[in-house]
Design a binder for this molecule. Structure first.
Ligand code: G3P
Length: 221
C-alpha cells in the first residue's frame, strides 16, 4: 500500500520524505489555506520535493475552466495529478484530461456508484472520504470494501486512494482490505510511528548502557 501525506505543510512533507515514507502528496484548497502565503509557490515547492504523485485541486466548477486549470496545474511538474470533484463537469474534465495524458484524482467520493463512474471516466485515483462518512454515522471502511470488490470484478485501472483518514486503525483496516493508497494527515502518520513500549524499551536500554559506562568510562559503540 502506498502512503501519501495529506497536507500542504512543507516542514512535515520534508520530514517524512526524508524518512523515505512518502509515495506522494494530496492537497486541497482547505489544506493550502491552512498554510497561508502564496498557494502557487507552495504547490510548486511540494511538486519539486516529492518524487511521486502530487494531487493539486482545481477550484473551477465548470468544465471548460476546470480543463484550463487542470492543464495549468500540470505545468508545475510531470508528477502532478489533477484533482477534480465528483461532479458531472468533473467527470467530463477527467475524461478529457486523461485523454491528453494528464492523470486525474476524482475527489469527494462517498458512494460505490460514484466510484464506478469515476473509474469509467478513466481516473487514475478515486478518493473516498472515510472519516466524513464515519462522522455522519455511516461506515467509511465499508465503502472501501465495496469499491475494492467492484474494481476487482472488472478491468478498471483506477486506484483506491483512501482519504479523510482520522486515526491509525483506519490505516490498518484499509491495508487489510487492500486499498492501493492511504493519504494521511501528518498527525496520523506520527501516531503510527509511536508505541509506548518502544519508548520504555529504549529508555531502559540507555539506562543500562549508562550503568555499564560508569564501570568502564572509556567504552563506546
Ligand atoms: O484530502 C482531503 C481529505 O483527506 C479530507 O479529510 O479530515 O477534512 O475529512 P478531512
Amino acid at each position: 500500500m502506498k502512503i501519501f501525506l495529506d497536507t500542504a505543510n512543507l516542514e512535515s512533507i520534508r520530514m517524512y520524505n526524508d524518512m523515505g515514507l512518502l509515495d506522494g502528496i494530496t492537497t486541497n484548497p482547505t489544506l493550502l489555506s491552512k498554510e497561508g502565503g502564496d498557494p502557487h509557490k507552495t504547490m510548486k515547492e511540494i511538486v519539486s520535493i516529492i518524487n511521486g504523485d502530487v494531487s493539486l485541486e482545481v477550484v473551477a466548477t465548470e468544465y471548460d475552466v476546470m480543463l484550463e486549470e487542470g492543464r495549468r496545474l500540470h505545468k508545475y511538474g510531470d508528477n502532478v495529478v489533477v484533482k477534480y470533484p465528483m461532479t458531472a463537469d468533473g467527470l467530463k474534465a477527467c475524461k478529457a484530461l486523461t485523454a491528453e495524458g494528464i492523470p486525474v484524482n476524482v475527489t469527494l467520493v462517498f458512494s460505490p456508484n460514484q466510484a464506478i463512474l469515476a473509474a469509467k471516466a478513466g481516473a487514475k485515483y478515486l478518493s473516498p472520504f472515510i472519516g466524513r462518512l464515519d462522522d455522519i454515522g455511516e461506515d467509511g471502511l465499508h465503502l472501501i470494501r465495496e469499491i475494492k470488490q467492484i474494481l476487482s470484478n472488472y478491468n478498471f485501472g483506477t486506484q483506491i486512494l483512501v482519504a479523510s483518514v482520522r486515526h491509525p486503525v483506519h490505516v490498518v483496516e484499509a491495508a487489510k482490505i487492500g486499498a492501493d493508497v492511504v493519504t494521511l494527515p501528518p498527525s496520523v502518520l506520527g501516531k503510527m510511528l509511536k508505541h509506548p513500549l518502544t519508548d520504555i524499551g529504549l529508555k531502559n536500554f540507555l539506562a543500562d548502557w549508562k550503568k555499564l559506562k560508569t564501570e568502564n568510562p572509556n567504552i563506546r559503540i
